[in-house]
Design a protein around this ligand. Structure first.
Ligand code: GUN
Length: 294
């Protein structure tokens, strides 16, 4: 069994981005600027936004975070997005999800200018992805595609099972793996809460992508011998064995599944760092497109 080391691969890509930004600075050019909007005080969302700020700093991007309280109105949020959409200094914009219940996520996503939608969530960009047109790919699926590519994992003609149908991971992942491309060209089955014979379907997968949001859901009996297992889950649970009193686990029962598969992504250090670096890649892409449109 081989561990797919997302941390190392992400670090390498980050180094490549940092080099490109350093060149821009040497040439007296502007550099990419990522803006993030955070509503409320969900601790996980705060952590994610802090990490994005840190990543930007490390590669030389400018970043700004717009923080508002949980009772911020939808109307005001739309105004801020409109302002950022029209600010030429800002390359890309993400609105951290989930949003409070009184704000329509669909409406907010649709209000982001597609050219600045570095999350790849706008319907125009999702449509382009489905049609294999150039666009921003959502960060987690994009990160997984790069992990498969850089780890030289053969995907053509394989059975790929995607567990979970979220807009952010499961749905785009199933589209990307079925596209006529490399990685891709898989026969894809998507499983969700209403799927019958879920265990049997998972056990038929050459490539199993677990994005179900349930800690250690995937057990060894659900995995085919020598399958490739990609674990998208990240759950913080109490542990008596760590200094902090917590540990991170995924959607896959790593100890038993890792003995059976050919490749597996660990949690932490697998998909997570690749998601973060993919947002940087999308922001760089948005910046280059802006320059081309001048
Ligand atoms: N919440 C969980 N994942 C994401 C993501 O990729 N982008 C945004 N904007 N919010 C998220």
């Amino acid at each position: 069994m081989k561990i797919i080391d997302g941390k190392t691969i992400a670090k390498k890509i980050k180094g490549e981005i940092a080099k490109k930004v350093a060149k821009m600075i040497d040439n007296d050019m502007d550099t990419p600027h990522l803006a993030a909007i955070l509503i409320g005080n969900d601790p996980a969302s705060q952590t994610y936004v802090n990490s994005k700020e840190k990543d930007c700093k490390e590669v030389g991007f400018t970043s700004s975070v717009y923080k508002y309280p949980a009772n911020f109105t939808e109307e005001k949020l739309l105004e801020i997005i409109d302002f950022i959409n029209n600010d030429d200094e800002i390359t890309g914009l993400i609105v951290q999800l989930p949003l409070p219940d009184h704000i329509s996520t669909d409406k907010i996503i649709q209000s982001i200018k597609p050219e600045k939608d570095v999350d790849g969530f706008h319907p125009e960009n999702v449509g382009k992805m489905a049609l294999s047109m150039p666009t921003f790919l959502p960060a987690t699926p994009y990160g997984i595609m790069q992990l498969l590519e850089r780890s030289k994992i053969e995907t053509e003609g394989k059975n790929c099972v995607v567990l979970g149908r979220s807009n952010i991971v499961g749905t785009p992942m199933s589209i990307l793996m079925s596209r006529k491309s490399s990685p891709g060209n898989c026969t894809v089955t998507m499983c969700h809460s209403r799927t019958k014979n879920l265990k049997e379907i998972c056990a038929s997968a050459d490539i199993l992508i677990a994005a179900i949001g349930s800690p250690e859901f995937v057990t060894a009996d659900m995995v085919k011998q020598s399958a490739v297992v990609i674990d998208v889950g990240i759950h913080r649970i109490k542990s008596s064995k760590t200094k902090s009193g917590f540990k991170l686990i995924g959607d896959v029962k790593f100890d038993e599944v890792s003995k059976k598969c050919s490749y597996i992504t660990p949690v932490p250090g697998g998909v997570g760092p690749m998601t973060r670096v993919s947002l940087l890649l999308n922001t760089l892409k948005a910046f280059k497109q802006n320059l081309n449109n001048l």
